[in-house]
Design a protein around this ligand. Structure first.
Ligand code: ADP
Ligand code: MG
Length: 229
């Protein structure tokens, strides 16, 4: 349960931090629009408002680059050679109570061979938890069955792959590309940061994350380069 919250706390704390400068930019822009209607124009005050907007924009950029640094400045000691199958088993233990409570049947189909990757295990857990919880959310409003499957395998290329599929609403075709952008959400309480964070994490390890629709529901797949022997 802690890990479930770690992922969403990470997203919502970034959203919360960004809300402040973004809110300030909005109210300053509105103030400037008001000032523009006045005669004569108060150029000095307009100048001050524009400087405030620039300052708040810089704060927002710093928050975002802080997140990038968090991922890029990791030390070799944070990295471990781990088996993706073990990470999936850990995630299943973490999310099972919540997933079951929400009426979802979670299955795993794991590769028989070990899938060695070199990652911070917490990062990899966060990626999978984000994808699983999105799948659970997508099944909330649809009729049964509510099935979620996590599959892993070793690709012919040697890459390590995982697929998280659900029997939910699927992704509207016009949203397939934009769901990976920050703040794109269709949920009342959503942050729209789960997928961009998951993709940033995977890309920081040389991996990829992509989405497709199935006959019913969606499937999110990712791949990672194998750990060197
Ligand atoms: N498994 C899924 N099935 C259908 N839509 C999905 C799925 N996963 C993500 N989405 C869509 O992508 C959006 C962005 O997801 P995410 O970045 O995790 O943010 P959040 O979960 O906070 O909305 C969701 O609001 C939803 O519209
Ligand atoms: Mg999400």
């Amino acid at each position: 349960m802690n890990r479930v919250t770690t992922a969403s706390v990470l997203s919502s704390s970034i959203a919360h931090e960004l809300n402040q400068p973004l809110g300030a930019i909005l109210s300053n822009t509105e103030a400037a629009q008001m000032l523009l209607k006045a005669h004569p124009l108060d150029m000095a005050q307009l100048g001050e408002i524009l400087s405030d907007i620039v300052r708040d924009e810089q704060r927002a950029s710093e928050i975002i680059s802080g997140l990038r640094n968090l991922l890029n400045n990791r030390t070799e000691s944070d990295l471990q050679t781990l088996d993706l199958n073990d990470t999936v088993r850990d995630v299943v233990k973490i999310v099972s109570p919540e997933v079951t409570r929400r009426g979802v049947i979670l299955r795993t189909i794991l590769a028989t061979e070990p899938l060695r990757v070199r990652c911070d295990p917490i990062h990899l857990q966060q990626v999978i938890i984000n994808l699983v919880m999105n799948g659970v959310d997508a099944m909330e409003e649809v009729a049964n069955p509510h099935n979620l499957t996590i599959r892993t395998n070793l690709a012919d290329t040697g890459d390590v792959e995982a697929r998280i599929s659900d029997s939910g609403t699927g992704i509207p075709n016009d949203k397939l590309a934009s769901i990976f952008n920050a703040f794109v959400t269709t949920k009342p309480q959503g942050t729209g940061l789960g997928l961009p964070i998951a993709r940033t994490i995977l890309e920081s390890y040389g991996g990829e994350l992509w989405a497709e629709n199935r006959t019913r529901g969606a499937v999110f797949s990712f791949k990672l380069p194998p750990a060197k022997a």
